[in-house]
Design a protein around this ligand. Structure first.
Ligand SMILES: Cc1cc2nc3c(=O)[nH]c(=O)nc-3n(C[C@H](O)[C@H](O)[C@H](O)COP(=O)(O)OP(=O)(O)OC[C@H]3O[C@@H](n4cnc5c(N)ncnc54)[C@H](O)[C@@H]3O)c2cc1C
Length: 392
């Protein structure tokens, strides 16, 4: 793979709106990605291997639990720092950002928000340091966009819960030490349970043959009469709202992250277009190529402004689920279009692993599907503005 010469676009001088802390987090993330991710990520993706070597570095930059308070081992950062970190990480690879998002927004967040003090103290510091890795089990083989229909369930057996069912498409599952699993009780209410690797009847087979997010490990969670200690139930919130609140946090990170992938594709295409000559001049001098580049930077700039404002709202506790939904949908779609256009600009070279674009392009196929598909997010916006649900 080519040396990582990435230069971040900032057409509307957004830097001027960032605090010193934001810039510090952003720069540390960029530096780490250049040093530890860029040199190894292409090979990991080609081999479809999760690069475990990155776990320590991710923990060191505060990538596990950026917004979790420091007393539990988190970085205690604000939402814009969190966003900038996700942007920087996904600039390297969406799979690496997925690992971080799952650990932070889908495992540490619910334990912090819905767990009790014993659970926070037991799990959060180890998750923050990367000593322990987690995954989040909501999707099932027959229930993806409609998780409320889930079949995974548990029964109260007096001194423990008995868990049965299966989850599918679970990021980090093959190596996770714990899983935050959403399951129904005897009354059909959804609750979160912390299931630990090693519990009898719990297995995590890996999902193979993915063309997308190849550097992120995906798997199933199978529960066959798993005895879960009662103290592993998250007591703070029940109902579908509990996992959906976690998804809001993760979707917010994706809205920022997808911009990172888009920026990397744009930056690569811009540099290539200035260097590559055809018909006696750089291809950047042809109007058709300039149109592509001009549209890319316009869309990236719009997405940056959207996301920055969303970060402000989130910091104030005012960002609605529908606002987060709109940003996730817009920015991932924008990144997918930019990746496709940028790939064409590199001609034949665009399909090789010499450049990051094709990897981003394939990764974004997962990002546009998980945490609510592109279509579902449109329906969330439609519901929000009309007051009428078109889901069913
Ligand atoms: C790489 C990867 C990692 C993932 N990681 C996780 C994870 O860590 N944890 C987890 O719980 N899940 C995870 N997922 C699952 C992901 O969230 C689901 O794939 C997603 O929610 C869609 O569900 P589905 O695949 O079953 O598609 P379906 O729900 O079957 O949807 C198929 C199509 O139908 C459309 N559709 C569905 N309902 C409607 C409707 N009412 N109106 C119009 N169109 C509709 C969808 O938009 C989609 O285009 C992951 C998925 C992938 C690919």
């Amino acid at each position: 793979m080519k040396p990582d010469n990435f230069q971040s676009p900032d057409y509307y001088n957004l830097d001027e709106l960032l605090t010193d802390e934001h810039k510090m987090v952003r720069d540390a993330t960029r530096e780490w990605v250049k040093k530890d991710v860029s040199p190894i990520i292409e090979e990991a993706a080609q081999k479809a291997e999760f690069p475990e070597s990155i776990i320590k570095g991710l923990a060191d930059i505060g990538g596990f639990g950026p917004t979790i308070p420091q007393e539990y081992g988190g970085a205690g950062l604000d939402q814009i720092s969190y966003g900038l970190m996700m942007q920087g990480i996904e600039r390297g690879d969406s799979g690496v950002r997925s690992t971080t998002s799952v650990q932070s927004s889908l495992v540490m967040f619910p334990i912090h928000e819905f767990g009790n003090e014993d659970q926070r103290k037991k799990y959060l510091p180890k998750l923050a340091s990367g000593e322990m890795m987690g995954c989040f089990g909501l999707t099932e083989p027959d229930h993806g966009s409609n998780p409320s229909g889930m079949l995974t369930h548990y029964e109260d057996k007096g001194d423990h819960y008995l868990l049965n069912g299966a989850k599918m498409w679970i990021s980090n599952a093959p190596f996770a030490d714990i899983a935050v699993v959403w399951a129904k009780n005897e009354n059909g209410r959804i609750n979160g349970l912390i299931v630990e690797r090693g519990m009898e009847g719990f297995s995590t087979p890996e999902t193979h043959n993915k063309w997308s997010l190849r550097a992120s490990a995906t798997g199933e969670l199978i529960f066959h009469d798993v005895k879960v200690p009662k103290e592993n139930l998250l007591p703070g919130k029940d109902g579908l709202g509990a996992p959906l609140t976690c998804l809001d946090s993760a979707r917010y990170g994706i809205a920022w992250g997808a911009m990172g992938a888009a920026m990397d594709c744009y930056d690569t295409a811009l540099r290539y277009a200035k260097e590559r000559e055809q018909f006696g001049k750089p291809i950047a001098g042809f109007q058709l190529q300039q149109k592509k580049l001009a549209e890319m930077i316009t869309e990236i700039t719009k997405a940056q402004l959207l996301t920055f404002r969303l970060g402000q709202l989130k910091n104030e506790g005012k960002a609605s689920a529908a606002q987060i939904s709109m940003a996730k949908r817009n920015n991932v779609d924008m990144a997918k279009t930019i990746a496709s256009e940028a790939r064409q600009m590199l001609g034949g070279m665009g399909i090789t692993g010499e450049y990051s674009i094709m990897r981003h392009m394939m990764n974004l196929e997962s990002v546009i599907t998980y945490e609510g598909t592109h279509d579902i997010h449109l329906l969330i916006t439609g519901n929000d503005i009309t007051g009428i649900s078109a889901f069913k």
